[in-house]
Design a binder for this molecule. Structure first.
Ligand SMILES: CC(=O)SCCNC(=O)CCNC(=O)[C@H](O)C(C)(C)COP(=O)(O)OP(=O)(O)OC[C@H]1O[C@@H](n2cnc3c(N)ncnc32)[C@H](O)[C@@H]1OP(=O)(O)O
Ligand SMILES: O=C([O-])CC(=O)C(=O)O
Length: 379
């Protein structure tokens, strides 16, 4: 064994502290989520906007009214896609996975970004602004193109929450939908060194460009153990169908050693504070849609999984029924997560650039040693 081999190995890097960050603190024991010192409950109870939270994540301070207006206008002014990106969305196959399309479109947009090749701090902030502005446009435009509809021209006067629905449907959402979606965007904005943010930081730490980092992150978020879980949760609810089938479904899944999607977490050992809000919003969205069946089924699943496995729901559990009740297509649930998390990813990439060191851990070598090469004719 090589002399410099590492002696401590943590499977899945559990509890390994891989960098310092001022952006976000997750208290897994108490179930608290803090953005730049502000508890998410305070941000939501104080009726913060998603734009305000992006400003906070990037700058470390809450904006004044005029700073927020300038920032909001800057984002709103960057929503339109470059013709090359739009053309990619129009020519890619219509039944592609929406996260794969987003991943490739982000990578493509980087090539055509006006600041491509400029790695100055100002250029990276401009690129980050375009990324948070355009990820929702990519997601909604591809969905419309897939349905045989023309993409909608962005409306600069709309909030990020309202703009998503406008770009998707051509109509402005009602006040409840805008408010609920704004909260969901805030809740998904950042989560310390989750897998996709870590992959963004690893890419950025090679001093590669911000679009490459966000492309890595989108690909990582897609997996069902991470952001992809919200779509799997809704598929489970649809498969279970009715409340009376929950018990047998969960029993069978656990007997087959299958994971119940939307439950468990690497850090939280108690209620995920985001689930507290999403549970309430799932109920309210169900009531407004005159169908609380998905919420009620979710409640029974939550009780059953707690009873049988002692696991709490994570952010992906109640967001599924909430989005479904808002009329959003299931295959957009994970792209919607990306529309929010791109704010945290970009905050982390900008932080990585400010104080960079290559991220390069070691592997504990478990392979063979001291073998002698055997020529081909003697194998
Ligand atoms: C935005 C987000 O990324 S939130 C997470 C979204 N992902 C999901 O909801 C997928 C379902 N959940 C999971 O797969 C896991 O809980 C993860 C991936 C979130 C965390 O994984 P880890 O920290 O590696 O925990 P790990 O998978 O080792 O689970 C520990 C134990 O709890 C069990 N467990 C964890 N989650 C679940 C679950 N959802 N259903 C059933 N059992 C579970 C495991 O089987 C394991 O049991 P064992 O020790 O008897 O083998
Ligand atoms: O922190 C994690 O490991 C996963 C998570 O909840 C998130 O990314 O929001």
């Amino acid at each position: 064994m090589a002399e410099d081999s590492q002696t401590s190995f943590a499977a899945g890097l559990e509890d390994v502290v891989a960098n310092t960050s001022e952006i976000c603190y997750v208290d897994g024991k108490e179930g608290r989520l803090i953005y730049q010192g502000y508890d998410i409950h305070d941000l939501i109870n104080g009726k913060a906007t998603f734009e305000e939270v992006i400003y906070l994540l990037w700058n470390g301070e809450l904006p004044t009214a005029s700073a927020l207006k300038t920032f909001t206008d800057q984002i709103a002014g960057q929503r339109a896609l470059k013709p090359e990106v739009l053309n990619f969305l129009k020519t890619v196959k219509k039944d592609a996975n929406a996260m794969e399309v987003l991943r490739t479109a982000v990578s493509y947009a980087g090539i055509y970004d006006d600041d491509n090749g400029d790695e100055s701090i100002d250029a990276n902030v401009r690129k980050a602004t375009r990324l948070v502005a355009q990820v929702p446009t990519i997601v909604t435009s591809y969905e419309r193109i897939r349905q045989g509809l023309e993409p909608v021209e962005p409306d600069r006067g709309l909030s990020m929450a309202a703009s998503f629905f406008y770009l998707l449907t051509g109509s402005k959402p009602d006040a409840f939908t805008e408010e609920a979606f704004n909260i969901a965007l805030i809740l998904h904005a950042d989560h310390e060194l989750n897998a996709s943010t870590f992959s963004a930081r690893v890419t950025a730490a090679t001093l590669s460009d911000i679009y490459s980092a966000i492309t890595s992150a989108v690909g990582t978020l897609k997996g069902p153990l991470h952001g992809g879980a919200n779509e799997q949760v809704m598929k489970m609810l649809l498969e279970v169908g009715t409340v009376d089938k929950v018990q047998s479904y969960i029993d069978q899944a656990l007997a087959e050693k299958r994971k119940i999607m939307g439950f468990g977490h690497r850090v939280y050992r108690t209620e995920d504070p985001r689930a507290t809000h999403l549970r309430r919003l799932s109920k309210q969205a169900g009531e407004r849609a005159d169908n609380t069946a998905w919420y009620e089924m979710s409640q029974v699943i939550e009780r059953t999984v707690m009873e049988k496995k002692g696991l709490n729901p994570n952010v992906d559990f109640y967001s599924a029924s909430m989005y479904y009740s808002l009329g959003l297509p299931v295959h957009l649930f994970t792209p919607i997560f990306a529309c929010s998390r791109v704010s945290g990813w970009t905050a982390h990439v900008l932080e990585q650039y400010r104080n960079n060191r290559l991220i390069r851990p070691r592997a504990e070598y478990t392979g063979a040693t001291d073998r002698t090469y055997v020529p081909m004719d003697r194998r």
